[in-house]
Design a protein around this ligand. Structure first.
Ligand code: FAD
Length: 454
């Protein structure tokens, strides 16, 4: 009998397990595959290891350097990073006294879980079983030609050509990295533009950048047929074009891992897509069972899963918690020229019928931007009629780091006056927050043309 059993050891599962065990709770974690889940093994860690290399290549392209890449070394670097990250989590789990149970967990009653032939019981459970890549109907991931994020970062040889079906975050990130390695990349997106959840001006700017990296982008286009032929894929597009590629990455979305969990037996409900529904905080319809991370939907991001994990642990311990509001979760896209945002997009505000003002600030006045990226970067701040910040959107080099500097403005923890007089480190893209604050105060130094109504 355990106090808590956590199902799934990804970033949604392991922090709660460690937190609870280190507060004296008898805790077990059940994992059917690799400790660390998608982020550690097939997502954030390998993708950002490869991204680091891709960005180095991109920087050298600015001076037309002759670049010789040995992909074997890049592959080794990626796999080493994954290995170290996974072993780190295993070490932390063991050190904090969490019992690791290997195998597939399935509820057989509202308070019992079966793994193989063994039945385990606990006072409380946390489900953090995440999601898996979704394939196109009629196709299967063969791991060689038709691949997902679970194959692409460990390929033995770099393909000459890569077709990417789905121009969302994962498709765009992987497309940029492989294009930097010299791969001929084509992205096919069914909706109006790539990154369809973002405002059009942002998506168009990222598209302009990706095209400058010779990525071919087809929008409002679907695939009508994909067939493997002599070690390559032949893809027929809805616009009549044919593409031949060494590999096809399918990145059209994720399916929650709830199909074979025994949720009916557990008394846990899901929505029509299979994501677990919550009732109170992170409690499901069964008050002994909690759920966090990708499996409950919302933005499928590791930082959301980590914080939810700790909040669920605190809730189990009797603390009053508040669920994360999704618009407070920063979104980041590591697409070479990066996007990061917090709060609402213009699209969302228009849908909600909220009136807003827009401050669109070109960032090319910053040396840091000109050194690290293209000049067409910008920040967009959306404000209501009482000057509350509703959304911040940055398209700039290292925007994924920079957004953290902007968070105090969004949370209204610091006033524009305080931000404008804070000595942010020079020469960084983050110091643009001081310029934005000056602009909000109508006291701009660097953005004379935009500011000064005086
Ligand atoms: C290519 C890619 C890049 C990404 N990059 C980023 C990034 O840079 N930043 C970011 O914030 N997010 C990123 N993400 C998203 C991030 O990976 C996910 O948000 C995160 O992994 C969610 O964590 P989780 O613990 O909820 O689920 P998962 O990581 O999916 O973990 C679930 C775990 O549960 C196990 N499991 C499932 N069912 C069972 C069962 N019945 N019994 C036992 N075990 C089970 C699985 O094996 C898995 O280990 C990326 C994702 C991808 C695909």
């Amino acid at each position: 009998m355990y106090d808590i059993i956590v199902i799934g050891s990804g970033v949604g599962g392991y922090p709660a397990a460690i937190y609870l065990a280190s507060h004296g709770y008898k805790t077990a974690i059940i994992e059917e595959h690799l400790i660390g889940g998608e982020c550690t093994n097939y997502g954030c860690v390998p993708s950002k290891a490869l991204y680091h290399m891709a960005q180095a290549i991109s920087a050298l392209e600015k001076i037309d350097a002759d670049i010789n890449i040995d992909f074997k070394n890049i592959r080794k670097f990626i796999l080493d990073q994954v290995d170290r990250a996974r072993k780190g989590i295993e070490y932390l789990l063991e050190k904090s006294g969490v019992e690791i149970i290997r195998g597939h967990a399935r509820f057989i009653s509202p308070g019992e879980v079966k793994v193989g032939n063994n039945v385990y019981r606990a006072d409380n459970y946390i489900i953090a079983t995440g999601t898996r890549p979704r394939c196109l109907p009629g196709l299967v991931f063969d791991g060689k030609i038709i691949v997902s994020n679970r194959h692409i970062f460990s390929v033995e040889e770099i393909p000459d050509s890569l077709a990417i079906i789905g121009g969302g975050v994962i498709g765009v990130e992987i497309g940029n990295m492989f294009a930097e390695l010299g791969v001929n990349v084509t992205v096919i997106e069914a909706l109006d533009h790539i990154l369809p959840f973002l405002d059009r001006d942002i998506a168009l700017t990222i598209k302009r950048y990706l095209r400058s990296k010779t990525i071919s982008i087809h929008e409002k286009t679907t695939t009508t047929k994909i067939s493997a032929y002599e070690g390559q894929a032949k893809i027929l597009l809805s616009n009549g074009e044919k593409i031949v590629a060494d590999k096809v990455l399918i990145s059209i979305g994720r399916t929650p891992n709830t199909g074979d969990l025994g949720l009916k037996e557990a008394g846990v409900e899901t929505d029509e897509k299979g994501f677990i529904k919550l009732v109170n905080g992170y409690q499901t319809h069964n008050p002994r069972i909690y759920a966090v991370g990708d499996v409950i939907g919302g933005p499928l991001l590791a930082h959301k899963a980590i914080v939810e994990s700790i909040l669920a642990a605190k809730q189990i311990m009797g603390e009053k918690i508040r669920r994360i509001e999704y618009h407070m979760v920063p979104q980041t896209i590591f697409s070479g020229l990066e996007y990061a945002g917090i709060g609402y997009t213009e699209k969302e505000l228009r849908t909600k019928g909220t009136k807003y003002k827009k401050l669109r600030v070109p960032l090319s006045f910053l040396s840091a931007v000109r050194i690290k990226g293209p000049e067409y970067c910008f920040a967009k701040i959306l404000i209501d009629n009482k000057d509350n910040v509703l959304g911040i959107h940055i398209v700039a080099p290292q925007a994924s780091e920079v957004i953290s500097a902007y968070v105090p403005l969004y949370l209204a923890k610091l006033t524009p006056e305080e931000l404008a007089t804070f000595p942010y480190p020079h020469l960084t893209v983050s110091e643009s927050i001081r310029d934005i604050a000056e602009l909000l105060l109508d006291e701009s130094i660097h953005l004379l043309k935009l500011g000064h109504k005086r």
